[in-house]
Design a protein around this ligand. Structure first.
Ligand SMILES: [Mg+2]
Length: 194
C-alpha cells in the first residue's frame, strides 16, 4: 500500500518545541490544551509580527533540528518498510527555507521513506502526490483541513488527535487515533484481510 504521512505532529513532535519557545519569547504559559487552532495567531492571540519573530528565532536557534520524534514513529515506519508499504511524506513546511533542516532531521533520526514531497503551492496533499504518481491508500495527518480534503478524495485518513483538530467534524473516511500504535494496528489488520 501507499501510506502518506505528514511530518509535524505525526513524525516530528513539533508543537511542544514551538510552544516552549513562544512561552519564553512572549512570557506566556501556554499548555498543549490551549492550542485549539493550527495557528498560534488564533489560539494564543499572537500578532503577525510576534509570529515572524518567533519563526525567525526558532530557525536561528536551530529549533528545527532539536524537535523530538513522535513516540513510536521510528518503530512504526520501520515496520511499514519491512512490510513493503511505500512511505510518502508530504509536508507543508516551506521548502525554500527549511528543506535542508528537514532532510537532515529525517536522516539523523533514521526515518525510512521513499519520497518527500513539499506541498508548496498546492492546496491538496492528494493532488500534490498524484502529480508524482502516488495515490494514497492511507494518510496520517494532524491538520483537519488536509485530512478532510484527503478523505473527500477517498483516501482513508488517520487523524492524530490533538486539541487543534478536535473541532473537526467526523467523516466516514477519517478515523481519529491517539497514537501511532493504533495506526500500526489498523494498517496491519487491513493487510491481513487483503
Ligand atoms: Mg502536521
Amino acid at each position: 500500500m501507499i501510506v502518506g504521512i505528514d511530518i509535524d505532529g505525526v513524525i516530528a513532535d513539533s508543537e511542544p518545541a514551538y510552544r516552549r519557545m513562544i512561552n519564553r519569547l512572549f512570557n506566556l504559559r501556554l499548555k498543549q490544551k490551549d492550542i485549539t487552532s493550527y495557528k498560534y495567531e488564533e489560539c494564543a492571540g499572537l500578532t503577525d509580527d510576534q509570529m515572524r519573530l518567533f519563526w525567525k528565532t526558532f530557525y536561528h536557534e536551530g529549533g528545527w533540528l532539536k524537535i523530538k520524534p513522535i513516540k513510536g514513529v521510528k518503530k512504526f515506519l520501520d515496520k511499514l518498510k519491512r512490510e513493503k508499504h511505500r512511505i510518502v511524506i508530504v509536508t507543508s513546511r516551506p521548502r525554500k527555507h527549511i528543506k535542508k533542516e528537514t532532510l537532515q532531521w529525517l536522516k539523523e533520526h533514521k526515518m525510512p521513506y521513499s519520497e518527500l514531497i513539499f506541498l508548496e503551492n498546492h492546496k491538496s496533499k492528494h493532488q500534490a502526490a498524484l502529480l508524482r504518481g502516488h495515490r494514497f491508500d492511507y494518510f496520517i495527518e494532524d491538520y483537519y483541513k488536509y485530512a478532510l480534503d484527503l478523505a473527500k478524495r477517498k483516501v482513508k485518513v488517520l487523524l492524530m488527535d490533538y486539541p487543534w483538530n478536535r473541532w473537526g467534524k467526523p467523516h466516514p473516511n477519517i478515523k481519529r487515533i491517539k497514537s501511532l500504535k493504533e495506526a500500526e494496528a489498523i494498517i496491519s489488520k487491513e493487510r491481513t484481510i487483503k
